[in-house]
Design a protein around this ligand. Structure first.
Ligand code: ADP
Length: 677
């Protein structure tokens, strides 16, 4: 706590005022003394006056007594004066002593105060010095500690830099390298000391150097951490000039006013090599997948051709005179042939889907008709088993939607077919409704049956390839376990989906969803169906028919079928021969009325032959061309129409279908012709 003296010493103005007071006191005392002396002087002046008077009296002959009394008076006055003087002198001496004493006292007091202040100041200074020393020692310790820490950090940083797979460099605003980590030597072949001070372009292939300063400026104008050339393949150049792929990340670094770029450069040659080999492996896998699906497609075609023979001739034989047993055996052959054909088609479909070759149509079609015709198609099978097949389409389901009619029908017949297959008694129902909010509307088709049901644990797996609910299924119902897989994949391609709910012993519900995009009714209606009124009764059986078919068994089959239908066809073994025969017939003024054209033929195939004929001026009306093909996909049919064909007939050829197509496209004979017939 500060003392009064401290306070006073700390205030020079107060000391100054005290000094002034002292001086004023001394001055006042001096004035009083002077006055006292002047009084004494006055009194001594009076004695002198009396002496003068005495002198004058003497001149006037004074008496001795008078003289004596005068002298006595003078002596007395003198004595008084002396007394007074001595009193004044002693008074003065006392005063002086008092003043001196006071002065001494004051001086002593001031000195004391000063000494006190000095001692305090000295102590304070000594303490401050001690504090300062302690502080500087602490500071030194701290500096030592910090230096140690910094060294450790530096050591850690260098080991991090050494362990980093990246070469780190710092580039100044002038574009020169200001720092480089040791890894630079491993990656680029330059020692850091070699490269520091050199322009950054030194590390780049020549072809990229030009214009790089612009990139640097651009970065410095907007400095933020980023990957360099995101999405681009970057290259760097080694000391020996060889190029290699790199990845670079940039970071701005500010030191005071200076801005630099920290770049981490990673050699990604190994990764690029791995990526390259991965790409190669993927390509190989894709090629393998492609050749697998091509192989499957070819195999299925190759198998289908003899199967067509088997099924076709079985069909032919079935319409001949047979005993009961023969008929039964033939029916078994026909059914087995059909199953084999279904399997072949399924494998072909799956191969197409897996190779990504299956493209969905996005054309207007009548969804109500599609659901209705699928139901009609399956009705016979349901009725044969004594099952009721119910159909209900909600009024909010539009008629015309965008999508793939053929694939939608394929899925529907598969699911409804399964429902009938796995239901012994009861019913199967098909119901359709529009669901979802505007912008995300869907058509939901639910197929429910009262059949055997599916165990909960198998309800997901049945969508996998070749999976059936259990091993008894194949024994009791046959099948391949591909139908649901194909349906699910097809629905994915169509932008929809399928789900299943089932209770064993009670029944199953499959829900199919399809995107609901309403279509203009005017544009709906399959482009593949050309409207032509059938006039079966009036068809001329002597109409000239040309069959273009390269496969001998198929030729025999179709000829036999046509003969059974009452026609007498001509045969061409490939497209080129077909063109020749058609031209010859026109020249002979006995043109053909219809061509049944196989698609896959050597030399000139069915498509090319059709295109050529149309180019030669053989019109659609004059000569309808019917494709006879195992490829009855929507895109195949479209391609047939694009080539100039009018209709298509799927293989294996069924006699009824063949008859219907001919009745549809053959010209109605004139009265005279009818008479001739
Ligand atoms: P597949 O019918 O040729 O065996 P799918 O892929 O169509 O092959 O069906 C897979 C399995 O799912 C069938 O074998 C059957 O076990 C089960 N399944 C499909 N639909 C039904 C259904 N409606 N009722 C009961 N089980 C069914």
């Amino acid at each position: 706590m500060p003392t009064l003296a401290n306070k006073l010493l700390g205030k020079p103005l107060v000391l100054f005022l005290l000094g002034l007071l002292l001086i004023a006191a001394v001055a006042a005392y001096s004035v009083v003394s002077i006055q006292r002396y002047s009084t004494l002087l006055d009194q001594s002046g009076q004695v002198d006056d009396r002496l003068v008077e005495l002198t004058r009296l003497d001149d006037g002959q004074l008496t001795v007594s008078q003289l004596r009394s005068q002298v006595a008076g003078i002596v007395e006055a003198e004595r008084g004066l002396v007394r007074q003087q001595s009193q004044a002198a002693s008074q003065q001496a006392r005063d002086s002593i008092a003043i001196v004493a006071l002065g001494i006292l004051l001086s002593l007091a001031v000195l004391g105060l000063l000494a006190f202040a000095i001692s305090r100041e000295t102590t304070r200074r000594a303490k401050a010095e001690d504090d300062l020393n302690a502080l500087s020692t602490e500071l030194e310790d701290r500096i030592k500690l910090r230096t140690g820490q910094l060294r450790k950090k530096e050591a850690r940083l260098s080991s991090i830099l050494a362990a980093s797979p990246d070469a780190l460099i710092v580039v100044g605003t002038n574009g020169n390298i200001a720092f480089a980590s040791d890894r630079l030597q491993d990656i680029f072949g330059y020692a850091p000391s070699e490269i520091i001070g050199k322009p950054i372009e030194t590390l780049m292939p020549r072809r990229f150097r030009h214009g790089h300063s612009g990139h640097l400026r651009h970065f410095l104008d907007d400095p933020k951490a980023r990957e360099m050339g995101a999405g681009l393949q970057l290259f760097a150049a080694r000391k020996d000039g060889s190029e290699f792929p790199v990845e670079i990340s940039l970071n701005p670094e500010t030191e005071g006013e200076d801005l630099s770029v920290v770049a981490a450069i990673r050699d990604v040659s190994d990764r690029a090599a791995v990526m390259e080999s991965l790409r190669e492996a993927t390509n190989k896998a894709k090629m393998a997948e492609l050749s697998k699906s091509e192989f499957l497609a070819n195999m299925s075609h190759e198998l289908r051709t003899p199967m067509n023979g088997v099924i076709g001739f079985t069909d032919l034989l079935l319409s001949s005179e047979l005993n009961q047993e023969q008929k039964y055996h033939l029916q078994l052959i026909a059914e087995s042939g059909q199953s084999m054909l279904v399997l072949l088609n399924s494998i072909l479909d799956l191969a197409k889907i897996e190779s990504g070759k299956l493209k969905a149509e996005h054309a207007p079609f009548n969804i109500q008709d599609t659901i209705g015709s699928s139901s009609r198609l399956m009705r016979v099978a349901a009725e044969q088993k004594g099952l009721k097949l119910n159909l209900k389409i909600d009024s909010d389901v539009p008629q015309h939607v965008m999508g793939d009619e053929y694939r939608t029908k394929q899925v529907l017949t598969n699911i409804v077919g399964n429902a009938i297959k796995f239901t012994a008694s009861g019913w199967v129902s098909i119901s359709a409704a529009a669901v979802g909010a505007a912008g995300d509307r869907k058509i939901e088709i639910t197929i429910t049956d009262t059949g055997i049901g599916i165990d909960r644990t198998r309800q997901k797996e049945i969508f996998d390839e070749f999976v059936q609910a259990d091993s008894s299924v194949v024994r009791c119902f046959g099948g391949s376990g591909l139908g649901l897989t194909i349906s699910q994949r097809l629905l994915e391609v169509l932008g929809g989906g399928i789900s299943c709910e089932s209770e064993p012993g009670k029944g199953t519900s499959f829900v199919i969803t399809l995107p609901l995009i309403e279509a203009d009714p005017l544009s709906a209606g399959s482009s593949c169906h050309i409207d032509k009124k059938q006039q079966p009764d009036k068809v001329a059986r002597n109409a000239r028919i040309l069959v273009a078919e390269d496969h001998d068994i198929n030729r025999v089959l179709i000829t036999a079928l046509l003969k059974q239908l009452g026609y007498h066809p001509d045969i061409a073994e490939d497209g080129a021969e077909a063109i020749e025969k058609i031209e010859q017939a026109i020249d002979d003024e006995d043109p053909y009325s219809i061509i049944l054209m196989d698609l896959q033929m050597p030399n000139v195939d069915g498509m090319e032959a059709t295109r050529k004929l149309r180019q030669l001026g053989v019109t659609n009306e004059a000569l309808p061309i019917i494709a006879v093909t195992a490829h009855a996909y929507q895109e195949d049919i479209k391609a047939c129409h694009a080539a100039g064909m009018q209709d298509h007939l799927g293989k294996p050829i069924i006699k009824d279908d063949l008859g219907k197509v001919l009745e549809k496209w053959l010209p109605v004979p004139t009265e005279a012709e009818q008479v001739r017939v």
